[in-house]
Design a protein around this ligand. Sequence first.
Ligand SMILES: C[S@@+](CC[C@H](N)C(=O)[O-])C[C@H]1O[C@@H](n2cnc3c(N)ncnc32)[C@H](O)[C@@H]1O
Length: 293
Amino acid sequence: MSVFRPFLSRVKHLIQCSMTVSENNNIRTFRGVKYDILDPKFEGLSKQKIKRLLKDEQWNEHKDEKRALFRQKEKARKQERKRQIREGLLEASPTKKKLAATSELTNINLVIDCSFNHLMTEREIVSFVKQLGISYGKNKTAPKSTKLSLVSLDDGFKDVLNEKWPSWKNWGEKHVSTTEQSYLDKFEKNDLIYLSADSDNVIQELEEGKAYIIGGIVDKNRHKNLCQDKATKQGIKTAKLPIEDYLNMSTRKVLTVNQVCEILLKWLEVRDWEKAFLSALPGRKLKDVEPVC
Ligand SMILES: C[S@@+](CC[C@H](N)C(=O)[O-])C[C@H]1O[C@@H](n2cnc3c(N)ncnc32)[C@H](O)[C@@H]1O
């Protein structure tokens, strides 16, 4: 018996090791957090969908802390700015009220198509609502503003806005119009141009009297060609922004609703696409960008 004991304990050890290995084979790490791919909640999901689910879970778990941290940083940044202005180190920028009062309204329509809520997750809808708020604010205070309209805005989405961005009810009619109708009911088809990164046409300039539609969706480009296909089916012209003519960008050229809005507003102000891209695109998108010579 004593002859077999070391042998048996070795076998037992090997079995235990193999169990740990096979268990570990199921364990993955996502952003520093371990998860088991055999967890039933991942059943039938693609690798990408699992990542999205985990990302959403991690966000929901830490969102209050993250928001608190962001607010704290913002408060500190604003206090520092006020101090610098007080000490004459920085010039105070004009207030939003003053900017809005001096904003000149052009005859360019900017239309946000709000018909895609059913294609977004809750988090994406929240993101879209924020983008709408930013777009509204930027348009209102831009030196040259557009006739902004939110179309296909149904009751369901109004409820979302009431919950996530209650101050939208104070948005002045002077600065934005909202309707349940589609852009097809509001504008002449010939005047419509659906903006899409998937279009083969490149926009050269914004024309007076035209209506430029932005797809109101946050989808991390899951629904490629969505807006291009929608417009084509409806017989509407499409166009993409002339990013490639001005910048060598290594990152994706699909931009967010507010980025597109800001680029168009900047172009109206300076009539220069390169300046418009450089001023409206965030640092992380411009990290590896070189101007096209
Ligand atoms: C996040 S993108 C939506 C991407 C979506 N998969 C689609 O089919 O357009 C939001 C909207 O911004 C506009 N957009 C984004 N990048 C653009 C680009 N490079 N040129 C023109 N429009 C762009 C489009 O109107 C687009 O629908």
